[in-house]
Design a binder for this molecule. Structure first.
Ligand SMILES: Cc1ncc(COP(=O)(O)O)c(C=O)c1O
Length: 424
């Protein structure tokens, strides 16, 4: 598309946007008495206005039915989690029985590693990206220690090359090959939280499998953001949170994907709880765990319905918008943001920022990370004073994420205009 850095052009794109009315379905926080430019959907997605009603429905049913709500609430609580697989499978790109909503992200990462990180003396390494989100780093480190390995030897990080920010796929592949049959698990983000780089999940999975390792992914910054085809790409397992692009509220309930070929394997080791045991015998309260032969077999506990009601509200909005439409708008919105930022840079005698997110639209999602080469904190603080909610990451990166459900092209134009005014 031939973009222009003008208000008129941005408004024209908004007027043609088939998803424009979705913005009205969300609460946009106010700053200094007016709607802010909310560019932190990669951190905490906004609240859909219907969320309150969904949660209040469950509170009402609890008030009027008490324990009977498990069977007789409008959405009975006992099978409440069964609402999600159909919608989520479209977002994650998998079969409904490969997905389940439960717990939160780091808990799920550990539970999946219990099943898929089964190190032996010979095969014990975890290959991951350098500077993965700290919680993931701690999970890898403590999993290695738990199994009696030295993390310095067992956790292999792939870094960007000197002077680069994104990690080259070829370097990931050569690292996997180099460590060969000592690799137990290859575990990458879908989208890296800092740079916004989208990894090539299909190619990484193939490489992991070629050395006999499992391939798992942390989709925290990918679910609800980028196109995913986890089943077709043959990924073994994945987990994500729902408070970022999935707009399900602070600390929202997370989700996992496990490939079909593993969910039916009842012998795969796991830490079990009663909610993962066959539904037919669950309430007989007898000895002997019998795994449900779907991703549900990894559940431990009964459904946290109030949190799940917020998740349901959000996924219903996704369903109405349509995942393909969202991806289409996301591409043009982030393309416009890149254009506006490059335009600002090109007008400076000395570059103001380095965009460390890949410029290739197939290697990124909504997020753009700007490495500020000068006046970083001043610009960030001034952006905040002028009603932009962005995110600052040490030492000098501003992360912003225009989200197709509630951000507009005008938001992007205004953001650029504010930066322009600051540097003038
Ligand atoms: C990539 C990634 N992994 C893990 C986490 C930790 O998530 P939680 O606190 O829900 O376990 C986050 C949180 O933002 C994240 O972005």
């Amino acid at each position: 598309m031939n973009y222009q850095n003008t208000l008129q052009f941005a408004r024209e794109l908004d007027s043609k946007d088939p998803l424009k009315h979705f913005r009205e379905m969300f609460y946009i926080p106010l700053m200094f008495g007016k709607e802010c430019i909310y560019f932190t959907g990669n951190s905490l997605g906004l609240q859909a206005k219907r969320t309150q009603d969904y949660v209040v429905d469950e509170l009402e049913d609890w008030a009027s039915l008490g324990v009977e709500g498990h069977l007789h609430a409008r959405n009975p609580w006992l099978p409440y989690h069964e609402i999600f697989p159909k919608q989520l499978s479209k977002i994650v790109g998998c079969l409904p029985h490969e997905v389940v909503v439960m717990n939160s992200l780091t808990v799920n990462l550990h539970l999946l590693l219990v099943s898929f990180y089964r190190p032996t003396k010979q095969r014990y390494k975890i290959i991951c990206e350098a500077k993965a989100f700290p919680s993931d780093q701690y999970a890898f480190e403590t999993q290695a220690k738990y199994h009696g390995f030295d993390p310095a030897d067992a956790v292999i990080e792939v870094s960007p090359r000197e002077g680069e920010y994104a990690i080259r796929t070829e370097d990931i592949l050569s690292t996997i090959k180099q460590h060969g049959d000592s690799v137990a698990v290859v575990l990458f983000s879908g989208v890296n939280y800092y740079t916004g780089q989208l990894f090539d999940i299909k190619t990484i999975t193939e490489a992991a499998h070629s050395v006999g390792a499992y391939a798992g992914f942390d989709l925290a910054h990918a679910a609800g953001n980028v196109e995913l085809h986890m089943h077709d790409w043959d990924a073994d397992f994945a987990c994500w949170c729902s408070y970022k692009y999935l707009n399900s509220g602070p600390g929202a309930v997370g989700g996992i994907y496990i490939h079909e070929k593993h969910v039916t394997n009842k012998d795969l080791p796991r830490f079990a709880g009663w909610w993962g045991s066959t539904k037919e015998t669950r309430f007989k309260m007898e000895k002997g765990f019998e795994a449900i032969p779907t991703a549900e077999g990894w559940q431990l506990s009964n459904a946290p319905v109030l949190a799940m009601a917020a998740h349901k509200a959000s996924l219903d909005v996704f369903e109405e918008a349509g995942i393909d439409q969202l991806h289409k708008k996301r591409r043009s919105l982030s393309g416009y943001l890149h254009y506006v930022l490059n335009d600002i840079n090109s007008r400076q005698a000395e570059k103001l920022m380095e965009i460390i997110t890949p410029s290739n639209e197939n290697e990124r999602g909504c997020q753009v990370s700007m490495l500020m080469l000068k006046r970083g904190t001043e610009i960030f603080n001034e952006l905040t004073r002028q009603g932009v909610l962005a995110d600052w990451r040490e030492p000098n990166v501003i992360r912003i994420a225009p989200v197709p459900l509630y951000n507009s092209f005008e938001d992007v134009y205004r953001f650029g205009e504010i930066i322009n005014n600051i540097i003038k």
